[in-house]
Design a protein around this ligand. Structure first.
Ligand SMILES: C[S@@+](CC[C@H](N)C(=O)[O-])C[C@H]1O[C@@H](n2cnc3c(N)ncnc32)[C@H](O)[C@@H]1O
Length: 481
């Protein structure tokens, strides 16, 4: 009986959240998303209203949980085990440019949708049979469409793999370095020494990308030729990967509405005056500050990162469509955040997706270096995906009557029952990221209490936590009195 009531509750959530999506689209005079269209939907490139955002999370969480409830468990777990085929297939079609071939040939061959597999094979010089199997696999997951037997077309998802799309670069790097590193995940974590280590040189990534000239007993012997992820990206021969990483970070910040949720849901205007200096540490190529400039007219921005990243950032900013005034207000400075912060008394310091790359003692050092540069009026914001608990929630009458979410003390939405309290699979990107931090550097995303504990150790005090329409939260800190 219990499972039928869970199914009823899930059905209720699916119906109600779908209706909310339709209502919001109609109210804004925006069409329903069309899977077969290759143009972006308006709410792919800008952030949708809060009620649409929340209803979509509920819908995705409920659909994911419904699948877990009704699917045969053996089939489900065995299918999950085979999921490595997804990045492998994405990597292959991206490497040979199938989305671009289809876009080009569809325009040239005929006006109808669909390019025959033999034409794709001819363009690539590769096996039609193998490409067809790979394409059918992806089509079955709604990436590309087989519009008629052996005729393939792009759709809303495969269009993100076209040349020039940031998502394409993300696929290229993550299905290369991270996929290879993931093979070592269980070996390293199950090793009594490496598994308990917090050293980035003991990470699955370091193990996967180290050539061991001598056979070793287990993986415990520390190999001096190991390098961490950041040194690896900087090493000769990895120039393309370094660029892909920097642009992948940009893809991450623009994903889901062009990143506008972060601009709209945090009160940036407090920091907008001509004397205001905003410093972003570990900024990458400067993509976040370039976004924030869209809403701040007077503040000056300084991006700080490793020298090679700043060089790439200079090129990006020079080529960008920022106005001359904006370009005069943004700069890049090579700076190591493990040493003294050179800019004192800035209005705002930003650490976005940085602290999760480091173990606790290094986080405290980064925070202390920043805190020592701050004045009492300065603020520091941490922009991070906070870890939330996927706890079971029991269905209640109340949750059946509403799809709106109660809030917990830090204003992070808790999903309606019977969904897992963190929305389960609707939160997949973030839960993959939590795994990625261990994979690449023995580092970790943290929950709000863990961040506040480390901030306290560095002499910083909580001002507020903002939930924004992105996969991150903003934690505002000031110098403790
Ligand atoms: C995960 S990326 C985050 C980039 C950007 N803040 C964002 O949110 O997209 C971490 C950044 O830290 C930079 N980084 C790593 N070690 C550094 C160091 N010691 N000093 C300054 N930046 C560093 C990397 O080059 C990279 O750009």
């Amino acid at each position: 009986m219990e499972s039928s009531s869970v199914i009823d509750s899930l059905l209720f959530l699916i119906t109600n959240s779908t209706r909310t999506l339709q209502y919001e689209l109609a109210a804004a005079n925006v069409p329903e998303p069309n899977l077969s269209a290759t143009e972006a939907h308006p709410w792919d490139t800008t952030t949708p209203p809060r009620s649409y955002w929340d209803a979509r999370k509920t819908l995705l969480g409920a659909l994911g949980m419904m699948a877990a409830v009704v699917q045969n468990p053996q089939e489900r777990v065995m299918t999950d085990t085979l999921l490595y085929h997804r990045p492998a297939a994405l990597s292959f079609v991206t490497k040979v440019g199938v989305a671009d071939i289809i876009a080009r040939l569809e325009g040239g061959l005929s006006s109808s949708r669909g390019v025959h597999i033999e034409h794709i094979a001819h363009e690539t010089g590769l096996s039609a049979a193998k490409i067809a199997i790979t394409m059918r696999y992806l089509c079955s997951h709604h990436i590309f469409e087989e519009v008629a037997p052996d005729h393939f077309s792009n759709n809303r998802l495969s269009a993100t793999l076209l040349e020039g799309e940031l998502t394409k670069g993300f696929v290229e790097l993550w299905s290369d370095v991270s996929l290879k590193a993931s093979i070592k995940f269980s070996t390293v974590l199950a090793d009594p020494v490496a598994g308990n280590s917090i050293d980035s040189l003991d990470s699955p990534f370091a193990e996967a990308f180290t050539e061991h000239p001598q056979p070793r007993n287990g993986i415990n012997g520390r190999n001096p030729s190991k390098s961490d992820y950041w040194h690896f990206l900087n090493s000769p021969g990895n120039e393309d990967r370094l660029k892909l990483f920097a642009h992948g970070m940009r893809a991450n910040s623009l994903m889901n509405g062009g990143g506008k949720g972060l601009l709209w849901d945090f009160p940036w205007s407090r920091f907008d005056h001509p004397e205001s200096v905003i410093v972003e540490l570990g900024s990458g190529i400067g993509h976040l500050c370039m976004q924030i400039m869209q809403v701040l007219k007077y503040a000056h921005f300084q991006n700080q990162d490793r020298p090679e990243v700043c060089t790439e950032g200079e090129k990006i900013i020079a080529r960008s469509c920022l106005s001359a005034d904006q370009k005069s207000r943004i700069s890049l400075l090579p700076h190591d955040f493990f040493v003294k912060q050179p800019v004192t008394g800035a209005s705002l310091y930003i650490l976005s997706n940085v602290l999760h790359d480091w173990e606790d003692s290094k986080v405290i050092t980064i925070l202390q270096n920043t805190r020592n540069a701050m004045s009492p009026a300065s603020r520091l914001v941490l922009i991070e995906a906070l870890v939330s608990y996927p706890t079971i929630q029991h269905d209640t009458e109340e949750s059946m009557s509403t799809v709106s979410n109660p809030s917990h003390p830090f204003n992070q939405g808790v999903a309606p029952a019977p969904l897992l309290s963190n929305y389960g699979v609707a939160n997949s990107y973030v839960s993959h990221q939590h795994m990625e931090m261990i994979l690449l550097g023995n580092a970790m995303d943290r929950n709000i209490d863990q961040y506040l504990f480390l901030a306290g150790k560095a002499g910083l005090h909580l001002v507020d936590v903002y939930t924004v329409r992105r996969h991150v939260s903003v934690v505002e800190l000031r110098v403790a009195e």
